[in-house]
Design a protein around this ligand. Sequence first.
Ligand code: CDP
Ligand code: MG
Length: 753
Amino acid sequence: KSAQNGSLLVQQMRLEKERQKNSAKPWKIEAGTTLGSIMGVKEISEDEIPDETEEEADWRKKSQFGSLIKSTARTDMSADASFARIQDQRKSLPIFNERDALLRIINDNQVTIIVGETGSGKTTQITQYLLETGHGQFGIIGCTQPRRVAAVSVARRVADERRCELGSEVGYAIRFEDQTSKDTKIKYMTEGVLLRETLTDSLLNKYSVIMMDEAHERSVNTDVLFGLMRRILPKRRDLKFIVTSATMNADRFSQFFGNAPIYTIPGRTFPVDIFHTKQNVPDYVAAASLEAVRIHYNAGEENGDILVFLPGQEDIICCCDDIRKKLEQQPQEKKRDMLILPIYSLLPSEQQARIFDPAPLRKCIVATNIAETSLTVDGIKYVVDAGFCKLKVYNPRIGMDTLQVTPISKANALQRSGRAGRTGPGQCFRLYTEHTFECDLLENTVPEVQRTNLGHIVLLLKSLGISDILSFDFMDPPPSDNIINSLHQLWMMQALDNDGNLTKLGRKMVEFPLDPPLSKMICFSEELGCGSEIVTIVSMLSVPTVFYRPKDKEEEADTAREKFFTDKSDHLTLLTVYEEWMKHRCSRDWCNKNYIHFKAMERVKDIRSQLVEICQQAKVRLKSCHEDYPLIRKCICASYFVQAARMKGFNEYINIRTGVPCFVHPTSALNGLESMSDYLVYHELVLTSKEFMQCVTPVDGAWLAELGPMFFGIKESYDVRKKRRLEGKEDPTELPPPRSLEGTEPVGNMWSR
Ligand code: CDP
Ligand code: MG
């Protein structure tokens, strides 16, 4: 049996390779395709197929049957059949009957708000309707998405529907990844991308239509774009602006845009029975997996897929494992398989696409709130809702944003349960009590702009010439403390001057699609002459992680990682990984051997070349300092001096500014070393059992005073002062008692040596 599996695997890899070659047209398997016909595809020579990486193998094992039914080459006949089927599907969407009325209202108004149930066809169809009626003639039809995943998957789908290559007529752009060309007429992009485009094209002249999709998500970027659109629209009377939303908030959008008309696409939903638990569950992962398995067995032969909502990636992976284990534990005669498909934003997009593939057995999709409105999977009949999501929240205690698991809002809960009633009556199992729903959940989630750091937004608005951020047209203005705090941080980074205007440095920083500390690091590196190395480090920080730590091989992976440790700094370790990879000519084998994600490294390389290009445009000269590690550490210190910590005990630090205790992350190069550094800076804090600093670099205390003089000063030691006073003028008997070395409070713009 295993031999058979082995050969299937090789086949699968070949298919996959073939598919990747033609990735512009991802094929879907047709109903009725047999395994034999899958295997009858054109042969590719063995050596064209790269070895399966650990990551791929791991994922394949986890996804059980996924690999066998993923995709196949198509013959021309099935291509036509598939195209015809897609066209039929388009016609069956609720929005299809509204096409003419919708186009009329868009033609008659500059701004239109469109509301419709998820899955009615807003995202995929409206852009095409507009293209079909000539709106693409004089400009691009742009459609923004709050999430990268949605932008990519929707663009892929629409390219399929139009039978064109992704990146030609239909394309997408997300940060560091532009899949558009001069032929692109329909462009899906993240809101962040459009926001950055306003920097170079302040009236968005290349667009004839802007559709802001999923506006109810109210990300910071949505709100800022809203404010900017209010300024742009009167100056661009020819520009059509469409806001689409799931059922919430439409009135507020309309009011904000001068009572723009609201068009509601009649829903076609089926009743959903909602069940609450009698008590709130102590462990929602365990409860969710139990519930999924129970549903699977209760439903028996009946069709109907399951969608489980959990807050984040770790929970999802854990829950998938749990479900798999529970299925395996069933007695042989009762065994019934189920396809378990995780989905979260960091999952590689090929793997994300699999939730849409038809499957011969029940699917159980375990998702973050990405599946709430952004992605629609047909055939969901059961929803399991854990009641939590991850939100970015500004944490005043530590002075920065953290991702926190937070109860969802009522609006979220309703949206989630609605997912079960798209194709027929469904059931929703909430893992919380009715009382919790009624009394504890907020009506709507607090908009992101009111709960996060606005550093990069402030910088962007400033460079658009909007000097008074406090009076910017926000639909829901952020608390002024938030804005002032962000202004303050930018001032400390010397991106703003004392009058709150952009400095030369600030102007350069805006050019980079990065958070202020990282763009500052690049700009400052010019002064120190270590730009080449810094750009590498920043690129490495722009991907989730390059280190691969498979289950049951943790030790080997850790040993492999430790080999790269450089100068006790995690940032320098990242640099070393990249440089070693370059020395090994970007080899995939080398990555596999060293427990490094090959794909992540390729992405880093790509990001790096884009950053280098931006540096050229922004006239930031990049020099290499050739392993002058202290110099690089100093440059890192310059950008993170706000996030600095002082040693308190073994592995234990306190944040110099806030006094909050924090710990070196167990994966750090600095962890557990005998000679730890007195001072360090960190990239971010993660809150788990403790406050862990992730990605740390030891720095010299004097650098902090030199680079962040508004914060830190060096107090002279008692002996030094005594000596000086004895030598000279001052009376030593008047010396105050000895004190510790560094200031932890702002000391103004002065410090003494
Ligand atoms: O935007 P809205 O939620 O109104 O719907 P949509 O995303 O345009 O989806 C319309 C239909 O296209 C859904 O029924 C999905 O099944 C299908 N679709 C798909 O098959 N694959 C995608 N990547 C996106 C949508
Ligand atoms: Mg949509």
